[in-house]
Design a protein around this ligand. Sequence first.
Ligand code: ADP
Length: 542
Amino acid sequence: MLGTMQDRPLALPHIFERAERFFPHKGIITADATGARSRRSYGEWAERTRRLATALDGLGISADGRVGTFCWNTAAHLELYFAAPCSGRVLHTLNIRLYPEQLTYIVNHAEDEVIFIERSLLGLIGPLLESFESVRHLVVIDDGAPTPLPEGYDFIDYEELIAGSEPATFTIEDENQAASMCYTSGTTGNPKGVIYTHRSTYLHTMAAMLADSVGTCERDVILPVVPMFHANAWGLAHAAVAAGADLVMPGPQMTPPALADMIVEERVTLAAGVPTIWMGVLPELEGRDTSALRVIPCGGSAVPKALSEAYREQIGLPILQAWGMTETSPVASVARLTSAMEDLSEEQQADLRAAQGMAVFGVELRIADQLTGESLPWDGETRGELQAAGPWVTGDYYNDDRAPDSFTEDGWLRTGDVAVITPEGFVRIVDRTKDVVKSGGEWISSVELENEIMAHPQVAEAAVIGVPHPKWSERPLACVVPVEGAELTKDDVLEFLDGRVAKWWLPDDVVFIDEVPKTSVGKFSKKDLRDRFGGHVLPTAE
Ligand code: ADP
């Protein structure tokens, strides 16, 4: 061998120590349940995190025990984000919006030994406490809410726990040990557990700091609206600490007016959330000073072109679309236009921004025939199942026998998304495999139809599902939410679509609804719509 580089483990203490050593005066602003905001410097945060790690020893949490959190995006949650993994344990963020039976399932499946709960969330989790089989301690974090403590349990006070412990030192020797875990939101069946290792988190953090991906840096003031309890707040919590960026944590203050106030008053430079959040926030920003904003990463579901363009027109900044999954840590592709694309027309550029973009450095993506597994060409037209591989893409689910179907023989993740890839390598998701409308032998993309309908100025939201049809097996039904006060008819919608989509894609019917039901993470819940309209009789079926 000619020589080797040092193989020091890629582990979370390095990320933690960057903020502690280099940026002790930068820090985290958190909004509490009363709406008040308070600041904690990284210096204070680091000291408290080290004490918290010792406290986990004091509670007798196993060396690799699972530490559950039931928290908003807050400074305390960020302490747990590092205290658990840096002391060898596994942080298990519980998605507060899962159905009760799913929460019970994941706490028991992960065998959480302790759960840290923010006080404003006690009402949600209280009734479930008796169903948790492995939990030995409950710690309550005061976030200003007056919620009473459920009777019959001994709650430990978070502040007392920290105050009563000495600071720990952190050493992780095996970079492949688990650092944290997150369960998918389980749109079908029970949620599946994904384990993130120290190494995968470290590398994903570096990827989030690349200029051509999300590009987080020291000068940023980052508002992660995307929750820390689902898919790692898209890596922003780790990346902010690594870079020394300031964080603005919204806590329970998740309404559009509260978020808009934070963006303006804290001079946020980077704010990340799902499309439904940005739909609500835009009107609240009207006429206000948003000059500090430089990037609005958005993903979790397709970003409608109309939404991105509305941001470009109102505040001069289009949305930066990113694609990923719980299984991909989650950042896997980002729709940052390349220099060559700058010569395209405004319209073409807007179209590209509405795509899911290019695989970020470190991740490999391909499309394949769902049945034969054959790899498909990148011609911008051929549709196939999107598959992913890379050092922060999972190769397995935690203790789950449903796992084999989710991976190819050569170990790539089958994402369940249907996509085309352009010759330049831009991915465009056309649907999820289970949401495409199978009309005759052909597929109609529900996402593309929705986007076209949502471009109608009188439409607030639209979702398309396939409903049974005697001749075509399935045909599209458009479920449309008109903007307040609009008088919209089925013919208005169909006329608008005429010429925008192929004739045979036109929905067979349009129903008007008050709201598109959302999943636990704010995505359109096609499952709920299918439950409600699956039996809808299409006029064309008679
Ligand atoms: P789940 O909702 O299954 O728990 P995730 O939150 O991990 O899962 O969601 C991953 C899925 O979300 C992707 O497979 C894809 O269908 C969808 N998704 C994420 N980002 C985008 C995006 N930018 N455009 C379209 N779909 C997206």
